[in-house]
Write a protein that binds this ligand. Structure first.
Ligand code: ARG
Length: 453
């Protein structure tokens, strides 16, 4: 018999029961649900809403069940409507009458809101920790490549010299922003919704602050309708994940590109590559490709949640049960991706010689040459034109800028000084930069030491 069957005169259709059920997904909320119930019942007892003896029976039965589940002695079956019903039914089987008082002054609507907030808070902490671990991995790897000069790109065209360390630090900045975003959205999750009832609280003299304190929340939600209708915190969480996945995906794209024979900037460890069933020579960067692919799933899940919510009138609507699939998958996905990505980067073999060669055999110092002319008094726009013409001359003659003699340079402009050709050197370009945030090696080193401290 259904716990809500009083006003019904027919059994639910079997297929409708299965369709309606969320137990398959929400059973993973079991420990949150139990903790929430323990706090709720302790409050009911304190407020003399239920008898102390009965309250203690419920609490010890909840704790007993919790222990059995932890030890793997009991499992929640799939035959329930959802996790909230499951626990009440199990308890009723075990202790009878008192269990029927557990749901006093509570609805599944505020209960599921509580469970999901507790889950989302823990998930945020897990994601923050995994991103902090990733930042350390990237920082340590970057420290080993402070001198690895490489071309920096815009439009996928060689642009100006940077170091691999500086390139890594760009991603460190992105992941640090991600961490602060999760911390920020975590602050907004940290409000306890229980006591809002189905939508309009209840007539019992409950103590919501007591429950919040028991469960470690920083505050209370302040409107009973919003408390049960709100899924913003889940959408924010999924948005933060989507952004972090986008960052991972961009990095993965570079790993895929850099491990091509054409680039040869990196060799991903065999432990994080796979082969081809047909082509014996192949070693493919599958981990990076999978992460890039899974970023799309996160976006899809975020869109699913936004779309699910956009037409819902106040307050709780069953559509919202669909949140679990998207949120659980998003969280599992990002944790798996950050972990595998960190291992892949930690073990990858970046190729300083190839990177350096790629920077030296290019025009990445053309801007330095134009800046040299400008420092000697020529307006930057004119200097840009002069160096542009020299680049064209080099391309036509299959040469590089550093090979131009002082005569050839001064034929284009008398603003070229004796030391001009020596400035066409990626190392010197890096040393010549001193602004905060520039690829100057010492600045990058102190940035990294700060990150790793
Ligand atoms: N399984 C439901 C969910 O996940 C719990 C809340 C159900 N509330 C209700 N009135 N049917 O959303």
């Amino acid at each position: 018999m259904k716990l809500w069957s009083g006003r019904f005169s027919k059994e639910t259709d079997n297929e409708a029961d299965i369709f309606n059920s969320s137990i398959g997904l929400d059973k993973r909320l079991v420990f949150y649900d139990i903790k929430g119930s323990v706090a709720h019942v302790a409050m009911l007892e304190k407020q003399n809403i239920i008898d102390s003896q009965e309250a203690q029976m419920i609490i010890s039965s909840l704790k007993q069940l919790e222990g059995e589940l932890e030890r793997g002695e009991t499992e929640i079956g799939d035959g329930y409507e959802d996790i909230h019903m499951a626990i009440e039914e199990i308890l009723t089987e075990r202790i009878g009458e008192p269990a029927k008082r557990m749901h006093t002054a509570r609805s599944r609507n505020d209960q599921v809101a509580l469970d999901m907030r507790m889950y989302a808070l823990d998930a945020s902490i897990d994601i923050i920790e995994s991103l902090e671990g990733l930042v350390k991995i990237l920082g340590r790897k970057a420290l080993g490549h402070l001198d690895t000069v490489m071309p920096g790109y815009t439009h996928m065209q060689k642009a100006q010299p940077v170091t691999l360390a500086h390139h890594f630090c760009a991603y460190i900045e992105m992941f640090l922003r991600d961490i602060s975003r999760f911390e920020d959205c975590k602050r907004r999750m940290d409000y306890m919704p229980l006591g809002s009832g189905a939508l309009a609280a209840s007539t019992f003299d409950i103590d919501r602050e007591f429950v919040a304190k028991q469960l470690g929340f920083s505050g209370l939600t302040k409107n009973s309708m919003d408390s049960v209708a709100d899924r913003d915190y889940l959408i924010e969480l999924c948005f933060c994940v989507s952004l972090a996945m986008m960052h991972l995906s961009r990095f993965c794209e570079e790993i895929v590109l850099w491990s091509t024979e054409e680039f040869g900037f990196v060799s991903v460890s065999d432990a994080f590559s796979t082969g081809s069933s047909m082509m014996p020579q192949k070693k493919n960067p599958d981990m990076a490709e999978l992460i890039r692919g899974k970023a799309g799933r996160s976006y899809g899940e975020l869109m699913a949640l936004l779309t699910m919510m956009k037409g819902l009138p106040m307050t709780y609507n069953k559509d919202m049960q669909e949140d679990k699939q998207a949120v659980f998958s998003t969280v599992d996905n990002v944790l798996a991706c950050v972990s595998i990505f960190g291992k892949m980067i930690a073990t990858a073999d970046f190729k300083p010689d190839t990177m350096r060669k790629s920077a030296y055999e290019s025009f990445v110092c053309a801007t330095d040459l134009a800046e040299h002319l400008t420092k000697n008094g020529m307006p930057f726009r004119d200097a840009h034109y002069v160096v542009g013409k020299l680049v064209k001359k080099c391309i036509d003659e299959d040469r590089l800028l550093f090979s131009l003699t002082i005569d050839e340079l001064q034929r284009e402009s008398e603003y070229f000084g004796e030391d001009a050709a020596s400035l066409v050197d990626p190392e010197r370009s890096l040393d010549a930069k001193s602004a905060i945030g520039s690829p100057n090696k010492e600045l990058v080193e102190s940035y990294l030491k700060n990150i790793l401290a």
